[in-house]
Design a protein around this ligand. Structure first.
Ligand SMILES: C[S@@+](CC[C@H](N)C(=O)[O-])C[C@H]1O[C@@H](n2cnc3c(N)ncnc32)[C@H](O)[C@@H]1O
Length: 248
């Protein structure tokens, strides 16, 4: 999942990519951003894509830096939000070890640390550390590995969407998949994406100089995982992890 993947996705981004802002029905993320934001602060939207979060951030902060690896995404974000005058757009790769990033008091990073490559994630976390000022706040969302496994366990146990989940693979492909899942890398639409355990996420953040203040589930309906979820299937729901962390 390198730059090309995101550049090529840009044109169909709105149809293809899961919309966390819209699907977070309890508005936990918006509430967390409002709770910790201050109007004199600068915020960076790290992995902003087509800028869905910019209308939320722009009125709450003095300045917004919308950062993404993809030029195509940034162009769309700019076209969609010509009225947001306090937004600067910046193309940068958070997995570049020599990246020079502006330092801000507040960062949001919503489902952008998805790369299956451990080295790229390590550098990404390191750059998060570099771009948030001491005592600054980070609001981070990542896919949950617990939720990914729960979906597959529930699917098998109750025979849901059998066709969509049935797959026979062997040999090299099976070995790659097995190695991936042992590292929390599961496929979404046949593309390997990193998913995090709660404890793993806390550990990663601590190692990058952040203290976790809040960790919550952003819950979604089962229709986001299954085409035909059973009517009785309510709780537990699938989820992403949301963390609010403070930089040491
Ligand atoms: C799933 S989208 C999430 C977009 C947005 N945060 C949202 O919630 O609507 C992930 C975004 O992260 C960006 N991204 C992925 N890896 C990145 C990296 N190494 N540096 C900067 N941006 C990255 C992608 O280009 C993509 O726009």
């Amino acid at each position: 999942m390198k730059r090309n993947y995101w550049e090529n996705m840009a044109a169909s981004y709105q149809e293809e990519i899961f919309d966390v802002l819209q699907q977070d029905k309890k508005k936990l993320l918006v509430r967390a951003i409002r709770k910790y934001s201050k109007p004199n602060q600068q915020v960076m939207d790290i992995g902003c894509a087509v800028g869905k979060w910019l209308p939320v951030l722009s009125p709450l902060f003095k300045k917004v830096i919308a950062l993404d690896i993809s030029t195509n995404n940034l162009k769309i974000a700019q076209q969609l939000h010509p009225g947001l005058k306090n937004v600067d757009y910046k193309r940068a790769d958070m997995s570049n070890p020599t990246l020079r990033v502006p330092k801000v008091e507040f960062g949001i990073c919503i489902n952008a640390i998805l790369t299956p490559h451990a080295k790229d994630r390590l550098v990404f976390f390191n750059n998060l550390k570099k771009c948030i000022k001491t005592n600054g706040t980070l609001v981070l969302t990542v896919p949950s590995l617990e939720s990914y496994l729960l979906t597959r366990i529930v699917q098998q146990q109750f025979n849901i969407d059998r066709k969509e989940f049935s797959e026979t693979i062997s040999g090299k492909k099976a070995l790659v998949k097995w190695k991936n899942i042992m590292q929390g890398v599961g496929e979404i639409d046949q593309v390997p994406h990193k998913h995090f355990l709660e404890e793993e996420l806390t550990l990663n953040l601590n190692k990058s100089g952040f203290q976790v203040l809040e960790i919550k589930k952003i819950e979604y309906p089962w229709s986001t995982e299954f085409n035909r979820p059973p009517r009785w299937l309510h709780s537990p729901k699938p989820w992403d992890w949301m963390v609010v962390a403070k930089k040491d």
